[in-house]
Design a protein around this ligand. Structure first.
Ligand code: ADP
Ligand code: MG
Length: 247
């Protein structure tokens, strides 16, 4: 245990919660520890990711052990792969009908996440999609894409817009992982936006009905409102912080 704390300290990782899984030394350890496929590990390395970043060292084991996390790490520290790699492993074979839902504040960000998901999912058959512009004429197409996707990336706005259409039925029943990326930005918009966001979150959580659902929250800064939301909505929460709390 002391050994583990020393390793975390060396990498600037703080992890608070019950029975926190040991941090990851190397991506290749994922094979033995979690039965992650060699193909997925090779893809990660082919992306040029030779060593896990600090947030990846702690977030991967947590998520692979089905633990809910609130992870704060600076911009550019590899948070995207920190949630994509566990999702790609845990979803296994494609089924269609989203089992992972990734929410982020802007469509530009949604596309960045999508591009990383395409790269990292190269060895899998899993399908990812972004909910993009929702013109009336396109809603049926979106519904079809949604139904075929294993991983859906969206802003809360667009997802709720789609959920609220009478003409389509999209289900979030099968969602196993709900990822909230750049949570600080989503929660801390102008107060009007952020109250909209909270309502949208209520609707989305309600729609992700499954008991099996887990939430993972990622953010560049530690903000009290996000921390409070996590305490209320996430059982067995592990708080992971890399570097300074408010860097
Ligand atoms: P964040 O979401 O924390 O701001 P990103 O996920 O966008 O950071 O990653 C920032 C950059 O670091 C990207 O170009 C990504 O490809 C790269 N990256 C991610 N993980 C690693 C890693 N383990 N080793 C090297 N580069 C990485
Ligand atoms: Mg990011």
């Amino acid at each position: 245990l002391e050994e583990q704390n020393r390793f975390r300290n060396e990498h600037g990782i703080k992890a608070v919660g019950r029975h926190v899984p040991a941090a990851l030394h190397e991506f290749s350890d994922l094979a033995l520890r979690y039965n992650v496929s060699q193909e997925l590990i090779s893809t990660v390395k082919e992306c040029g990711y030779n060593e896990p970043t600090p947030v990846q060292r702690q977030a991967l084991p947590c998520m692979l052990e089905d633990r809910q996390i609130f992870a704060c790490a600076p911009t550019g520290s590899g948070k995207t792969a920190a949630f994509l790699v566990p999702i790609l492993h845990m979803l296994g074979a494609p089924q269609g009908g989203p089992r992972a839902l990734i929410l982020c504040p802007t469509r530009e960000l949604a596309h960045q996440i999508y591009r990383e998901a395409l790269r990292l999912s190269a060895s899998t058959q899993l399908r990812c999609s972004v909910i993009r512009n929702l013109k009336e004429s396109k809603v049926k197409e979106r519904e079809a894409t949604f139904r075929k996707s294993d991983i859906v990336i969206s802003t809360p706005n667009r997802l709720c817009y789609l959920l609220n259409q009478d003409s389509v039925s999209v289900s979030l029943d099968k969602v196993r992982w709900l990822i909230i990326d750049e949570a600080d930005k989503l929660f801390e918009g102008s107060s009007e936006q952020s109250s909209d966001f909270r309502q949208q979150m209520d609707q989305i959580l309600e729609a992700c009905g499954g008991k099996q659902k887990r939430i993972a929250m990622f953010s560049a800064t530690h903000t009290p409102s996000v921390a409070k939301w996590c305490r209320h909505h996430m059982r067995g929460l592990i708080n992971v912080t890399v570097g300074q709390r408010n860097a």
